[in-house]
Design a protein around this ligand. Structure first.
Ligand SMILES: Cc1cc2nc3c(=O)[nH]c(=O)nc-3n(C[C@H](O)[C@H](O)[C@H](O)COP(=O)(O)OP(=O)(O)OC[C@H]3O[C@@H](n4cnc5c(N)ncnc54)[C@H](O)[C@@H]3O)c2cc1C
Length: 464
């Protein structure tokens, strides 16, 4: 096992000394779940042989592991909940898989309306802890098994980002461990901080290539007194999408504005043995609204309904109970899971929101050209579109690659980027040049060398 130069027995016994015997796993059958993420099988990178799974319990443990790995030039792969969609956490070289799952404490500070969460706590844990303290953590990037460290390392977005933003907007402080083993504390329970270059912002979205995130100070919000979910059906995509900027301009800012099409949302419902509550229309908008009182909510719903109806919306469904609303969100979050067995890749191209319809029209042209099914849906309020390249009609991986390239080029031509939330990971490296200049990539490489001089941390991810 292992092809690094260090004596393997010594490495394993040093790791055991740091975290305890029980938390160093060397048998492959006990690390299977750590060898892959949620990336569709046809494009997911394969895990290497020669891996050791290590589960630290503190930042000091993480520092000890990284110091040891750095001294011996052993690759380290930080993993979270393994829900990523670009192969970011897959250990593609012999080395150490670093799971922070034992570091899962969350403390809510009601005075400052913030939580201090260890990196191994899950999104589900954070939503629950905030709720129990009478507070609210708005973002919902799909899979509640994602961990705080992974959510921050990918700067996750999700469906409730329209009103309050993506992960970056919530992070006020971080504890990180550098690949060389030093522990850094960045920011804090602060709403303003202009002290020097903001290294915290570099750590957010670094996809485990610059540091290991061990703890975070996360901003929370007061719990909304009233929340409703609207499902608005339209006969055409154009009607649905031209409604979105009008809503955004109206001053009523929904937490989420999701665009779905009836075929895929029904498939997701079927996958969960549920029934999608709105059977009308080709295209639908799902909107989540919050407010301070029933009266305020009623006014907001009326205003939104008027805008939708002026764009030919059909009967609008209003979900008021918490159960019905979470059922709708659960079905929406499972479109990916339902389609995954038939899928080659999931793209998350992002354009200025007003160009979303043009992008979807381009995707239609590409689908017709190759005679393939390219289901597309997404976070319409953010201009973030998930296009799935399905197996149906795609004869080989070269054809899948050509389809992907054409979608990327269409997005970039519309002022967009190749990824709005999933990140680069392993999968998007070769397309970075479509968006970033050579100089930009050169600066990223220099930053990587400063943080990680021996290139031990999540090597061959993000950067070419
Ligand atoms: C059904 C489904 C729906 C989804 N919907 C959305 C969505 O709407 N929006 C969205 O943004 N994403 C979505 N995702 C993607 C996914 O949930 C996110 O990418 C998530 O943020 C990854 O968190 P994780 O803990 O699973 O990280 P992992 O997948 O384990 O790792 C992701 C990356 O983070 C790094 N990492 C993990 N932990 C740490 C750490 N402690 N320190 C440093 N680096 C670390 C890894 O090395 C890797 O590069 C969805 C996924 C699924 C399966």
């Amino acid at each position: 096992m292992g092809d690094f130069s260090v004596n393997l027995e010594n490495l394993i016994s040093d790791l055991r000394r740091i975290v305890g015997d029980k938390w160093v796993v060397t048998q492959r059958e006990f690390m299977e779940g750590y060898l892959r993420d949620e990336t569709p099988d046809p494009v997911r990178p394969r895990a290497a042989e020669g891996l050791i799974l290590v589960k630290p319990s503190s930042a000091e443990d993480v520092a000890g592991i990284l110091k040891l790995a750095n001294a011996n030039k052993v690759p380290v792969f930080p993993v979270g909940g393994r829900t990523g969609l670009v192969g970011g956490s897959v250990p593609i070289k012999p080395g150490i898989i670093l799971s922070l799952e034992r570091m899962n404490k969350i403390e809510v500070d009601r005075e400052n309306i913030m939580a201090v969460a260890e990196a191994g706590a899950t999104l589900g844990d954070l939503i629950k802890a905030a709720d129990e303290a009478g507070l609210f953590f708005p973002p919902h990037p799909g899979d509640e098994g994602a961990q705080i460290g992974g959510l921050i390392a990918t700067n996750a977005g999700g469906s409730r980002a329209v009103k309050y933003g993506v992960m970056r907007n919530y992070i006020r402080g971080l504890e990180i461990v550098l690949p060389t083993g030093e522990i850094l504390s960045l920011g804090g329970k602060l709403l303003k901080n202009n002290t020097g270059y903001d290294l915290m912002q570099l750590a957010i979205g670094c996809e485990g290539t610059l540091c290991v995130i061990t703890k975070a100070v996360i901003r929370l919000f007061p719990k909304s007194k009233v929340m409703v979910t609207l499902v608005v059906p339209f006969n055409t995509r154009s009607d649905a999408l031209k409604t979105v900027p009008e809503i955004l301009r109206s001053g009523v800012m929904p937490l989420a504005i999701e665009y779905v099409q009836i075929r895929e949302i029904e498939e997701a419902a079927k996958h969960l043995n549920e029934r999608w509550p709105v059977q009308r229309g080709f295209a639908q908008l799902i909107m989540i609204l919050d407010g301070a009182s029933q009266e305020e909510m009623l006014l907001r719903c009326e205003e939104i309904s008027e805008i939708c109806e002026s764009n030919s919306a059909m009967d609008i469904m209003l979900a008021e109970t918490a159960e019905e609303q979470s059922r709708i969100l659960r079905i929406r979050s499972n479109i990916y899971t339902a389609l995954k067995p038939h899928m080659i890749d999931i793209l998350d191209v992002t354009v200025p929101p007003s160009n979303l319809e043009k992008l979807m029209n381009e995707v239609d042209v590409i689908a017709a050209k190759y005679d393939v099914y390219l289901p597309a849906y997404g976070h319409a309020g953010d201009g973030n579109l998930h296009v799935h390249i399905m197996k149906e009609g795609v004869t080989d991986m070269r054809m899948a690659d050509r389809i992907k390239s054409e979608i990327y080029k269409a997005a970039v031509a519309l002022g967009g980027v190749i990824t709005g939330e999933h990140g680069v990971g392993s999968l998007r490296i070769k397309d970075l040049g479509l968006v970033l200049s050579e100089k930009h990539i050169e600066i990223m490489e220099s930053i990587k060398r400063i943080f990680d001089p021996n290139n031990i941390l999540n090597p061959n991810k993000v950067l070419p």
